[in-house]
Design a protein around this ligand. Sequence first.
Ligand code: PLP
Length: 286
Amino acid sequence: MSRIAYVNGRYLPMRDAKVHVEDRGYQFADGVYEVCEVRGGQLIDERRHVARLKRSLDELRIRMPMSFAALGIVLREVLARNRIGYGIVYLQITRGVARRDHAFPMPEVAPSLVVTARALSRTRNEALAAKGIAVASVPDNRWARVDIKTIGLLPNVLARQAAIEQGARDAWFVDKQGAVTEGASTNAWIVTQAGTVVTRPAADHAILCGITRMVLFDAIKARGLALEERAFTLEEAYAAREAFVTAASQIVLPVVAIDGRPIGDGKPGPIATALRREFHRYAEAG
Ligand code: PLP
């Protein structure tokens, strides 16, 4: 079965799913995106992902190409046409097609909307979580507005590649003060020796405010765990009892090594494992 993508009003087989060479997403990375988990054929946390999408669009002054209700219908249609039970749905909105010029097109053009979906292997994801992942630290050389979920991901691409070339799976960005900001496509967390769960605050634009991160706050509080939203250094992470990452595509993934140093006993920690198991009690499905 060929995968089907939605492209500006049409559902097309992947091979025919194309955008214009002068789309501003292609020319300038002038666009935003979202990724939602799909589980039991349902969208997870659509409401929160759409709210973040709206914020990203507002920050860049890009118009929403359709109503949020219509977007919900398109997302579900793409899931149905691709028969996705477990996986992810990806959506991208760019400022649209116009002759190449850095300034916004004048008169305004219609924004472009693309939606794709991909099935994931639950067995493979669970096996990965049971094993845990290694991460490698890299300097955070991104722009100052990484709180906006833009499609401009070149530093993230290079960081991830550098991590892979060091035998790790994810990269953790480290700022000039030596504090971890976040992963290349995840939020970063540690559990201190005292058992406090720590993650960086989202208030200063230095991280993307992950939806998984926000939902996990509820799971952490419900477990009665101590939670601190504060910056933590790479040194503190090396000495942590546990570490993990969160993202819609992976939920909670234990980190068992950072820069080749084992974290805790070098195995997925009990807190990360429990939070992964309990996450969906606090997420919205629909
Ligand atoms: N941080 C970055 C840089 C990301 O790219 C992502 C997800 O793509 C996240 C954090 C996690 O966000 P979410 O939990 O909403 O998937």
